[in-house]
Design a protein around this ligand. Structure first.
Ligand code: GLC
Length: 503
């Protein structure tokens, strides 16, 4: 165990910095707000943090549009605050990983401002994908190819002089040209900069992006999406890993939206340590789909020596309580899925507020802020209710940047800490068992026979069993001592929409 890297079984807590804690009353969370709540995170029992981007940014995509990757936006604090946060987190036994946005910059980045002001064909434009428009059959000019932006609409915007720039996300996020050596050198500098400030690792945003196929060909029906997962991306990961390997104990995780048969390549010995998968995010609640997702995630890493990672929520998808049906049923299912993910071998990523059983907030159109046009992500990004009531709920002394629903008085941290049956208490107990119980070992799974609508697996080489009841009826449990259930037992039976741990 001693030489087992810390991230292999770690529970990493994603802090959406805007929404976690606000120290200065402007309604937006900040680094000091995170620092003030490290005691909570230690009590919760997570191993590490992932901080979403806090770099200088015009905040078109809430910081995923980076204007200066080696700085802190004044909205979130400054570099001293960052250093203090890392030092204090380490003192609390928490590791700190940060987001690395390498696929694109902001249009406010000095490089893009220079590109805008420079002539077609200039070296300033060569750091991005800038192309003349393409003549259409009717004589007008349109975008250089047919790629769509992930946020809706064409992936190209005109510069005003006949040239267009590529943005796979919002028009405020121009894609960098990874055939340009300056782009490589700059990321290298950024990685070293933060390692020198003692971060424990990175979460690479759009880790299947960066490299683009030569000539930027149109999308062709039945062919892989040309915008992502170009083979050249692996060289970028090798470059990052080579630097990180000079700093023992630091890790690189990457957000990967690629087909399963393309996944393992990213986990080669000289690339990512951890691949973030959407398997559990995509699975509807049910024994069949969840088991299939778990098996697919294991299959996707086979042969790499890496374990899968697990997550049921992040800042890009509706919260599990809502996904699984909302209301008490959605909450029960989300709690059950918490036990499922935390029983699995591999890195688990929790998203702030998940441990409170927060649903998506139903926000009126006029307060929504997400640049993704369809299916906006604001509902899962609402600040956390810590204590007290609206508007600030202890998150802020001002007005929160997204309104916190009044009915979240029933989800406050302060009350849930006191209540042994709360969702927070289930998470705390689960995290404690995962950390301390001797049976949380074994890198593989064995599946048991189980009633219809249920499953049970045992971690290979241990006695730890996780049982899920997604059927409409209470069911008997497999043999073993019950360590924890996601909802109270009904006599000897596990109720519907529940999970149990036994050993
Ligand atoms: C990733 C992030 C998402 C962001 C996008 C563009 O998908 O998770 O929040 O909008 O990249 O950076």
């Amino acid at each position: 165990m001693a030489d087992r890297p810390w991230w292999r079984d770690a529970v990493v807590y994603q802090v959406y910095v805007r929404s976690f804690g606000d120290s200065d009353g402007d309604g937006v969370g900040d680094l000091e707000g995170v620092r003030a709540r490290l005691g909570y995170l230690e009590l919760l029992g997570v191993d590490a943090l992932w901080l979403t981007p806090f770099y200088t940014s015009p905040m078109v995509d809430h910081g995923y549009d980076v204007a200066d990757p080696r700085s802190v936006d004044p909205l979130f604090g400054d570099l001293e605050h960052f250093d203090a946060l890392v030092t204090d987190a380490h003192a609390h036994g928490l590791r700190v990983t940060i987001d690395l946005v390498a696929n694109h910059t902001s249009t406010d980045h000095e490089w893009f401002r220079a590109a805008r002001e420079s002539a077609p064909g200039s070296p300033e434009r060569a750091r991005y994908h800038v192309r003349p428009g393409r003549r259409r059959a009717d004589g007008t000019t349109g975008p250089p190819n047919d790629w769509r932006s992930e946020f809706g609409g064409p992936a190209w915007t005109e510069l005003g002089d006949g040239e267009w720039y590529l943005h796979l996300f919002s028009p405020g996020q121009p894609d960098l040209n990874w055939t340009n050596p300056e782009v490589w050198a700059d990321l290298e500098k950024t990685v070293r900069f933060w390692l020198d400030r003692d971060v424990d690792g990175f979460r690479i945003d759009v880790a299947h992006g960066m490299s683009k196929p030569e000539g930027l060909p149109d999308a062709a029906p039945g062919r892989p999406d040309p915008r992502f997962d170009d083979d050249g991306v692996h060289d970028v990961h090798r470059m990052i890993r080579a630097i990180v390997d000079h700093h023992p104990g630091r890790m690189v995780a990457g957000q990967l939206h690629v087909p399963d048969d393309r996944f393992a390549a990213y986990l080669r010995r000289d690339e990512l340590h951890v691949g973030l998968t959407g398997h559990l995010l995509d699975a509807p609640f049910g024994a069949g789909p969840v088991r299939a997702a778990i098996e697919a995630a294991f299959a996707a890493v086979r042969g790499t020596g890496a374990l899968p990672s697990w997550t049921i929520s992040d800042h890009d998808v509706p919260r599990p309580v809502t996904r699984y049906g909302g209301g008490p049923v959605g909450l029960a299912r989300a709690r059950a899925m918490a036990l499922v993910q935390l029983a699995l071998p591999g890195t688990v990523y929790l998203y702030n507020g998940e441990e409170l059983g927060l649903p998506d907030a139903d926000l009126p159109e006029d307060v929504r802020r997400d640049p993704r046009r369809a299916a906006g992500r604001d509902g899962c990004r609402v600040p956390l209710p810590w204590e007290g009531g609206p508007p600030g709920f202890g998150f802020t002394t001002g007005a929160p940047w997204l309104p916190i629903p009044e009915e979240w008085t029933d989800r406050r941290v302060a009350d849930q800490l006191e209540d042994t049956t709360s969702t927070l208490s289930v998470y705390r107990r689960a995290l404690e068992l995962r950390r301390c119980h001797p049976q949380f070992t074994g890198d593989g799974l064995e599946w048991y026979g189980a009633p219809d609508g249920c499953f049970a697996f045992r971690r290979a080489g241990s006695t730890l069993v996780c049982a899920l009841n997604a059927s409409p009826d209470p069911v008997p449990l497999p043999p073993g001592d019950v360590l924890l259930t996601s909802s109270p037992m009904v006599g000897d039976l596990l109720p519907p929409d529940s999970a149990a741990w036994l050993a």
